[in-house]
Ligand binder design. Structure first.
Ligand code: GTB
Length: 218
């Protein structure tokens, strides 16, 4: 059976690949699994039929037969467990890769999301200008820690894995701010990942949705 995921009918990033369905598309492409996409509007995302799949009214979701999943971390872990290629066979290496998946969404992503909130939700507040440097510095701290651990390594822990999908996609969200450019090895790491054919196929697929909707990449 071909799994189905949901994605924005009109993504706020207009096909820049930053929406979270991109991670799932990328994982499917890495393991060579076909998938269907059901596009949903913002209105549909908050309706009961979608809330039954995703209690917070968000995308993406994953459906495969009787199984419904939400949260990109769990969806990608499921794909990686179901197909060879995205998690190491060695039990300890596998556990470490899963730790990195949690680190991406639990430790690195939160300060990055804070920057989005500061910009887009609170951008008009009088205190935003004062707060912004603090928000950016918190991201710098995390990026510095990650850069130190990454060093000259190609990927986070040995071979490319689901952990790199999660981490790179989290990092790409902060790229437009210029903060990644301060860390040469992290910039090289994300560029390496973006050069993977599977990333490119996933990117093109989500861009095609934006183009069909008449959106222009922002
Ligand atoms: N923790 C969940 C997961 O990982 O699956 C988070 C899911 C999530 O936040 N989904 C977003 C959503 O549905 C879409 S990706 N939001 C609607 C809502 O909460 O009502 C978020 C996103 C939007 C825009 C950009 N962008 O423009 O750069 C990037 C990411």
């Amino acid at each position: 059976m071909t799994p189905t995921i949901t994605a924005f009918a009109t993504s706020p990033d207009r096909g820049a690949g930053l929406s979270r369905d991109m991670r799932v598309r990328w994982a499917f492409e890495e393991v060579g699994q076909n998938y269907d996409v059901r596009l949903v509007s913002f209105k549909q995302m908050k309706e009961p039929s979608h809330l039954a799949l995703q209690p917070f009214g968000q995308i993406p979701t994953y459906e495969d037969g009787d199984l419904v999943l939400f949260e990109t971390g769990s969806i990608i872990l499921h794909i990686a467990e179901k197909h060879p290629g995205l998690l190491p066979d060695d039990a300890n290496a596998r556990a470490r890769a899963i730790s990195w998946m949690f680190a991406a969404i639990g430790t690195v992503e939160p300060p990055i999301l804070e920057l989005q909130t500061a910009r887009f939700a609170e951008g008009q507040e009088s205190w935003t200008e004062q707060r912004m440097p603090l928000v950016k510095d918190r991201i710098r701290v995390r990026l510095g820690e990650l850069a130190r651990r990454l060093g000259d390594s190609e990927w986070l822990d040995g071979a490319f894995s689901a952990a790199d999908i999660m981490m790179v996609h989290v990092l790409l969200r902060v790229k437009p701010s210029g903060l990644l450019d301060e860390f040469a090895n992290i910039s090289a790491y994300t560029a390496r990942a973006q050069a993977r054919p599977a990333y490119q196929r996933a990117f093109d697929a989500q861009l095609a949705v934006a183009n069909a909707a008449g959106q222009q990449a922002g």
